[in-house]
Design a protein around this ligand. Sequence first.
Ligand SMILES: [Zn+2]
Length: 255
Amino acid sequence: MLTAIDENKKIVNLLEIDVKKLTGKYFCPFCKSELFIKNGEIKIPHFAHKSLKSCDLWTENESEQHLGLKKIFYQWFKKTDRVEIERYPPELNQRPDLLVNDKIAIEIQCSHLPIKRLKERTENYQSHGYVVIWLMGKDLWLKDQITKLQRHLVYFSENRGFYYWELDFKAQKLRLKSLIHKDLRGKIIYLQEEISFGQGRLIECLRLPFLSQKLLTIPLIVDDKLPDFIRQQLYYCSPKWLKLQEKYYQRGENC
Ligand SMILES: [Zn+2]
C-alpha cells in the first residue's frame, strides 16, 4: 500500500513525499494496525502490514507490478484530473486503487479473484453511483481462449463491440482489445490498439470505446481447412457442432 496515517492521524501518500523524510510510526487507515515502510531494490517504496490478520481491506502483499502500475496511473491521471490513491469512501466500504474526479473508480487487477467477489464489488460501486473501470495486469491478459473470469471483465460499447483493457507494465503500454469474438474454431479474435503510458489525457484514452469513429473492421483470414475441421468435430461428436448440424437438418440444408 502507498498510503498510511501518521501519529497525528494525517494521511501520508508515498507518491507525494520523499520516503527518506519519514520518521515515526505509521498505521493502516482501515484496521489501524502498525505498518512497516519497505524501501527495497525491486518494489517502489511502500507500506506493509506487520500482520495482515486483522485487516479486511488488505488481504495480500502487493506485487511489484501492482505497486508500479498504481504509481504510473496516479501520476498520469494527476496531470489533468483530480485523483486520489487508495481512498476509502465510507459509504462504499471498499477501496479502489484510484478514485478519479470523485466518481470513477479504477481497479488495477493483477491477480485472479473469485467471480462472486468481482460481481459484488462491481455492483457495490454501481449502486453507489460510481463508474468502475477494471484494467488487467499480465496474469489476466486475453489469450486464444477466454476464461470465465475474463468474460466478466469484458465491457461492451456500440462502437467497439466487446472490449477489454490490459496493462503492460514491462512495455509501459495501455492496451485496448476490441471487437472481441470467437471464430468457428473457438479461438478468440480481436483488434488491438496500444497507448504508451503517459501519452495524452488518460480519462480520454479510457473513453476511446465510446468515441464516434469510422467503422472498425478486422481483416478476415480465409480458413481453407475449416471444412475438414468441422467434419472432424462432427466425427468426434462435439456438442456445439452436433447442435448446429441438427439445426441445418431441420431446415433441410445439410448434405
Ligand atoms: Zn490494515
